[in-house]
Design a protein around this ligand. Structure first.
Ligand code: ADP
Ligand code: MG
Ligand code: ZN
Length: 633
């Protein structure tokens, strides 16, 4: 999956923000310090009182520190000053003799003198620090406020600059200097490419279409699952069309300050109009254009952005020569207003690739990778039903990495298989040691899957069984989907449920009813999910045949969708789900009981060889039979 790249904010902004933060922190510290400091208990006393006490041998003053006009008075028996006073302005304030009273004494006499009369200490005046705290408390908040506002202004300004200036614009203009993507780099999806080629043609030769009275589409929506190549296809449009191409991603709007999203849209459209004929591409439009929430409030900012997109699209003249292409993974979540005529009224579905498309995509991604002659991309294409283009690109990359790691000069079939299994399930964990018992349990578990899958008539053929741990699994049984099918029958689905149960049932038959292990948790989860789907979405329940139970809208901001059906119906659904999984367990048990000797044989072979491929499986499985009780039709 493409990673979202978040542009770093301008350095200056960061610095400003840091400074503001540090100031705030300082302020807090100072506030706390002033709260706890002893100064709170300091008392101001009149100068006359200080002089009187200082001249009295029995007075309680130990030391007077004179700092400019400030006097800090430390009392006898105390460590810190606890009183302050101020000299008056006339200058000779208090008895100067005090200072010298002990000057000519020494030894015991000096000590006595010092004990009875205060020591007088002159310190360089430091008025500034006396008042620093007072000043700071007033000045720092002002500084912070100024810094905060200036950083905000700068940010807003730099954003404006970015969307104004051509080169710096976040909306990228794919020019000839960028690495061009062409339609030939997009494998498969012929229909979608055809539609897009037409769009490019509209822009190149508008006259041809106008003459025939055709209205040029304004908005084209590319819809499809993640990784199916929507972004790639839009880039190919840019590469093919010799017109300016402005691209922006919906998620980029999310980074913006209030109100900037809408103004960004305005700028983008006005730029595109100025450069018409041109193309605007809004990737991941669902990030801003999800259904507007009836409750209001949340998502206001996105709403403004979305509204602005709608306003701009409505404002197009018929001959504006700007076409807006948007891509989304979630058409169901888009605001209906976007899909109205005159807006994104052309839909192009980008689908998961079929087998021949997968082969083409693999060819594209293996094109520049050295491979051994006998490398079989076709069988990889066969194994990867349900994979997206991005998955296949990922496998190609993993294969190259595996080959390099293994020290191969060229990619081998083995590298390919390893890459596929690694992407599908996770890396092999040869280092994980299983003890003998665990290996036994795993061997019977996988053998159970394999036999049930092999015997049931509507299941896909077994392709490979292994008890080498991979990813989080102890072992894997691979079934090969023979061809892509756009729908599945209830028989196929029930066979999938039964073969998923096969693992645990085999364990149960061999090791006893109570020796359940945790090895089947993901099988059971799959059974639960698939059977729920069959009931809720496909209307395959016995009592609920042809009834479906949609869960209702779940938009971005819907807090809780709730069930749009009664508790009673919920119970019925639960019952039906249980009926399906119970039936699957019964059928799996019937198959495995009828083929007990084959189960033993297969498990033994697995313990011996660890991995069995089709050709090694065939002789073991050839005599397996389907018991009548497991038959559905
Ligand atoms: P989407 O935008 O639909 O999520 P992307 O266009 O980002 O998917 O596809 C991700 C990657 O997958 C692409 O960069 C490309 O390498 C690969 N890919 C996807 N579809 C195809 C395709 N039809 N042909 C070739 N490569 C593809
Ligand atoms: Mg994309
Ligand atoms: Zn299993």
């Amino acid at each position: 999956m493409p990673q979202k790249t978040k542009k770093p904010a301008a350095k200056g902004n960061n610095l400003l923000r840091w400074m503001a933060f540090v100031c705030l922190l300082l302020l807090c510290c100072m506030g706390i310090a002033s709260l706890v400091s002893p100064e709170t208990s300091i008392e101001e006393v009149p100068l006359s009182d200080v002089i009187a006490r200082a001249n009295d041998p029995n007075g309680n003053i130990a030391k007077i520190t004179a700092e400019g006009s400030n006097l800090k008075i430390t009392l006898k028996g105390e460590e810190n000053y606890s009183q302050i006073s101020r000299k008056d302005t006339s200058g000779t304030l208090y008895d100067q003799g005090l200072v010298d009273r002990c000057a000519n004494l020494a030894g015991e006499e000096l000590a006595n003198c010092q004990n009875s009369f205060p020591i007088i200490e002159y310190v360089e005046a430091s008025n500034f620090w006396d008042y620093a705290l007072d000043i700071a408390i007033i000045v720092i908040p002002v500084i912070i406020i100024i810094l905060f506002f200036s950083s905000m202004m700068r940010q807003a300004q730099s954003m404006n600059n970015q969307s104004m200036g051509f080169g710096k614009a976040k909306a990228k203009l794919y020019g000839p200097d960028k690495k061009k993507v062409l339609f030939k780099d997009v494998a498969g999806n012929e229909a979608a490419k055809q539609d897009l080629t037409e769009i490019v043609d509209f822009l190149k030769e508008p006259k041809k279409y106008e003459k025939l009275g055709a209205r040029i589409p304004r908005g084209v929506l590319l819809a499809g699952e993640p990784g199916t190549g929507k972004t790639l296809m839009a880039r190919a449009v840019a590469g093919e069309a010799s017109v300016p191409f402005f691209s922006i991603s919906g998620s980029e709007f999310a980074e913006m300050f209030v109100g900037v999203g809408a103004s960004r849209v305005r700028d983008l459209f006005s730029k595109a109009k100025k450069n018409a004929p041109s193309i605007i591409f809004i990737d991941e439009i669902d990030a801003v254009a999800h259904k507007r929430d009836a409750r209001g409030g949340a998502g206001r900012e996105d709403e403004q952005t979305l509204n602005q997109i709608l306003v701009e699209m409505d404002g197009f003249d018929n001959d504006s020569g700007v076409i807006v292409i948007a891509a989304t993974n979630r058409v169901d979540m888009l605001d209906k207003a976007l899909l109205r005529p005159g807006r994104f009224d052309r839909h192009i579905n980008v689908t998961l690739p079929e087998r021949k498309d997968r082969l083409e995509i693999l060819n594209v991604h293996f094109k520049n990778k050295p491979m051994e002659k006998d490398v079989d991309l076709d069988s990889l294409a066969a194994k990867t039903a349900g994979s997206s283009g991005a998955d296949l690109a990922n496998i190609a990359n993993e294969a190259a990495i595996t080959a390099a790691r293994e020290g191969h000069k060229e990619i081998t079939n083995g590298d390919l298989t390893e890459a596929f299994e690694r992407v599908a399930i996770g890396p092999e964990r040869k280092s994980k040691v299983m003890n003998d018992h665990e290996r036994h349990v795993t061997a019977y578990h996988e053998a159970g899957h394999a036999i049930v899958g092999h015997v049931l008539p509507d299941s896909d053929p077994v392709h490979k069984v292994t008890i080498i741990p991979r990813g989080r699994t102890g072992g894997v049984t691979w079934f090969l989907p023979p061809e892509d099918r756009s729908y599945k029958s209830i028989f196929e689905l029930k066979d999938i449920l039964a073969r998923a149960m096969g693992g645990r049932i085999a364990e149960k038959l061999i090791f006893g009813d109570d020796a359940v292990t945790t090895g089947a948790s993901s099988d059971l989860k799959n059974v639960a999910e698939l059977s729920k789907e069959m009931i809720v979405e496909e209307g395959m329940g016995k009592q609920t045949r042809n009834l479906v139970f949609p869960e209702g809208d779940t938009g971005y901001y819907t807090i809780s969708a709730g069930k749009p059906y009664s508790e009673k119906t919920a119970e019925l659904i639960d019952q039906e789900v249980k009926v399906l999984s119970d039936e699957a367990a019964v059928r799996a048990e019937a198959v495995l009981k009828a083929n007990k000797s084959i189960l033993d044989k297969l498990a033994e072979a697995l313990l011996k060889h660890e991995t069995l491929e089709e050709k090694e499986l065939a002789p073991i499985l050839k005599d397996a039979k389907l018991p009548a009780s497991a038959k559905l039709h």
